[in-house]
Design a protein around this ligand. Structure first.
Ligand code: GLN
Length: 447
């Protein structure tokens, strides 16, 4: 009831949702009835949750904020939806995003722009901007997002909430509409580290339906949450504090590092020299995979089909021309270009080599660090319209986050102060593969 009131009050200004679920109260009531009947319930039973609109929800429209899937109602649930439903969580709706998760501001959504609840003239970040803004505004208690290059952590930072990008393979991608399959991960948003640990514990685990799912034992991150940072070894890579990162961001992150040090952590400056190639590497790999993944949207199998066409090829061409927005088309063209026979060695192959080197540098750093601490984003939330005309500037928003996806690592963004204009700032704690507990503990210790 409370969350519905918040939606009533704030949604017209914030615009976090693409689709609302009208049966929320009935579902909440069913949980109340079960509780009254003495049934043992999951700790998340009855908690309202919003789902990013690229996660397949059976019977609930799933659009990826694209005209291409504007009318698509999936006949199946993504694997992550099973534990969410079984726990008795109440699905409030589907959250707005950049089209097909391509963007850093939620402005490329076909439907509408989401506004940052802290300042309605600013973007919430992206691509999971609706998921982050809803938690910040109280329009959902928890949300799910997806992160290919920063799409959970950057909006969490800009909206002043906590967002976790899990280790690649720890959360099933089955039913997540693929953008760049080797980088995509689903993860949770919440107001606190505790909330995020609870939801991550619910959704993590091996899944036979996802060939890249990691087969291992997953422990409960919430039960083992411990804020003691005594003896924690923090690495601070100098490349993440260079030109292009706002002074107020550096100041806030340095203050957080000092606080952790006062509480018993040891801090050491480290170097990750290939960081300077990360944005280039990411946009080659991600676009290459996107160009292949998005080939399925041809007007035959799903969603939108152009109305007037002359034969099959014309139908494909018109459907894709009319169904995709500019940013998606830009990525498809970039992807087909870097994969084309004349340029494959110069771009895609080289990017894959740099990817390996970035992974090796992280692995070496984790020999004597437990966590690596950096800013999450180079600046606080920017104004709506400020960067949308300049794709390279927009891509730079991911300068601190893409390396984590390139290396398949887990990372959490937690709020760490405010900008001069009162907007939230965030810091990123990066862990070794499957070290979610370590980074959440450090984040909890800070929070
Ligand atoms: N902003 C990045 C991009 O546009 C990352 C997106 C994401 O993580 N889904 O590709």
């Amino acid at each position: 009831q409370d969350v519905l009131e918040r939606i009533e009050e704030k949604e017209s200004a914030v615009g976090a949702y693409v689709t609302r679920c009208e049966d929320c109260l009935d579902r909440a009531k069913a949980v109340d009835d079960a509780r009254a009947a003495g049934k043992e319930l999951h700790p998340l039973a009855g908690i309202p949750i919003g789902i990013k609109d690229n996660i397949s929800t059976k019977g609930i429209r799933t659009t990826c904020s694209s005209k291409m899937l504007g009318n698509y109602v999936p006949p199946f649930d993504a694997t992550v939806m099973q534990p969410v439903r079984e726990a008795g969580m109440v699905i409030t709706g589907k959250m707005n995003m950049d089209e097909f998760a391509m963007g850093s501001s939620t402005e490329t959504s076909y439907f509408h722009t989401t506004h940052n609840p802290h300042n309605l003239e600013c973007v919430p970040g992206g691509s999971s901007g609706g998921s982050a803004a809803a938690v910040a505004a109280g329009e959902a208690i928890l949300t799910l997002g997806s992160d290919t290059g920063g799409s959970i952590r950057q909006p969490a930072s800009l909206c002043g909430v906590v967002g976790l990008k899990p280790t690649y393979g720890s959360v099933s991608r089955y039913g997540l509409v693929a953008f760049a399959s080797s980088l995509d991960q689903i993860g949770p948003f919440g107001k606190s580290v505790k909330d995020v640990a609870l939801l991550q514990s619910l959704i993590q685990g091996h899944d036979n339906m996802d060939a890249t799912s990691a087969y291992r034992t997953y422990t409960n991150l919430y039960d083992n949450l411990n804020g003691n940072v005594q003896g924690l070894r923090i690495g601070v890579p100098k490349e993440y504090f260079g030109e292009g990162i706002d002074a107020e961001v550096k100041t806030a992150v340095h203050a957080a590092i000092q606080l952790l040090e006062q509480n018993g952590a040891t801090v050491k400056e480290i170097s990750l020299p290939s960081t300077e190639y990360a944005i280039n590497t990411y946009y080659i790999i991600a676009s290459a995979e996107a160009s292949s993944n998005l080939a399925r949207f041809d007007g035959v199998k799903y969603g939108f089909r152009a109305e007037n066409y002359d034969g099959l090829t014309d139908m494909y061409e018109k459907t894709r021309s009319e169904g995709f927005g500019d940013e998606v088309k830009r990525r498809i063209m970039l992807g087909t270009f870097v994969l084309s026979s004349g340029f494959y060695d110069a771009y895609y192959k080289k990017a894959k080599l740099v990817q390996r080197r970035i992974g090796q540098e992280f692995a070496a750093a984790f020999q004597d660090c437990d966590v690596i601490l950096t800013p999450t984003a180079p600046s606080a939330a920017f104004k709506i319209g400020e960067n949308i005309g300049d794709p390279l500037k927009m891509y730079y928003s991911d300068v601190c986050t893409v390396t984590v996806n390139i290396a398949g690592l887990p990372a959490v963004s937690v709020p760490c102060g405010k900008s001069a204009s009162g907007l939230p700032l965030g810091m990123q704690l990066i862990g070794n593969k499957f070290a979610e507990q370590t980074i959440l503990n450090a984040a909890y210790g800070y929070e």
